[in-house]
Write a protein that binds this ligand. Sequence first.
Ligand code: ATP
Length: 349
Amino acid sequence: MIEFRDVTKRFGDGTTAVDGLDLVVEAGTITVFVGPSGCGKTTSLRMVNRMLDPTSGTVLVDGRDVMAVDPPTLRRGIGYVIQQAGLFPHRTVLDNVATVPLLTGWTRRRARSRAAELLELVGLPAELGRRYPVQLSGGQQQRVGVARALAADPPVLLMDEPFSAVDPVVREGLQDELLRLQAELDKTIVFVTHDIDEAVRIGEKVAVLRVGGVLAQYAPPAELLARPADDFVAGFVGKDRGYRSLSFLDASGVEVADAPTVAPADGHAPGDGWRLVVGADRRPSGWVAPDGALVPGGSLYEVGAPVRGALDSALSSPSGLGVAVDAEGRLAGVVTARQVLDVIERGRG
Ligand SMILES: Nc1ncnc2c1ncn2[C@@H]1O[C@H](COP(=O)(O)OP(=O)(O)OP(=O)(O)O)[C@@H](O)[C@H]1O
């Protein structure tokens, strides 16, 4: 657990970067600090591992005031990942990851074998270990950065805009990977970003800061989107927050109905209404229109997934019927947008 108790940081030139921050980061969770440029996110993060010291107030890690622990000892228990990974350019990928274990006195052999395990853990092929950082893509470098921070198996991980230098598709992949890793490793992670979409996607709790380093709201993402504390938070979480909040409501309340289906081999004769093309494996592959034309399907959604996927499936379907599948991709049934909206309305209670 990490606790900020009335923490203020003022720099020599009089800038107040963080102002009276009170906040508890629960152990084993991902907490995201988000806010506009200059709102004190990085400053707050750096007070956890003593790259900066507070002007007043206390930062505690597992109940201990960080000021009472000498920085090298403190940092051994705290991994740190930054934008563009911050890898050593003249060391191989494997040696980059092995750096911290070597510093803590491991033999070279043991450190390298741990590094190889970690590369696998973050989803990188072993042969990349022999390359130099410059020979990797941005996304691969970020993975190496994460592997390096995990090398000493620290209980706490600080991540400062780790994925902001990569394009949106790679970034989503890295976010998924982080969520997968966290499910396995159960670290206490503080993650800084200025991107609200990233914050609500990966954060279990999100702290929104405003310029001047004041905490505007600290809440789980669904609550932040549904009930912003004030106009600043509402503006920051954005205009389509109503739609985005559908990512947090599950679609299991949406009853699926049987769909009229045809087998691919049945041909595409004109007929009554739309029919879903379903193969022998029960996987849907498109629609036959009433005039017999074959039309590609809209998006599919998995039963029990967030309601956003169900609504998108219905809205994107040429027939107006969203297609639900099970975990193996087999047809479960169809839904209309109206049904999904009814579930959303009921969810408002
Ligand atoms: N060493 C310093 N000396 C003086 N002012 C500083 C120093 N470091 C940061 N600041 C100021 O403190 C405020 C908070 O900076 P910080 O880097 O924590 O913001 P941030 O929210 O992480 O911003 P960004 O998203 O742009 O990285 C800013 O006004 C910044 O200019």
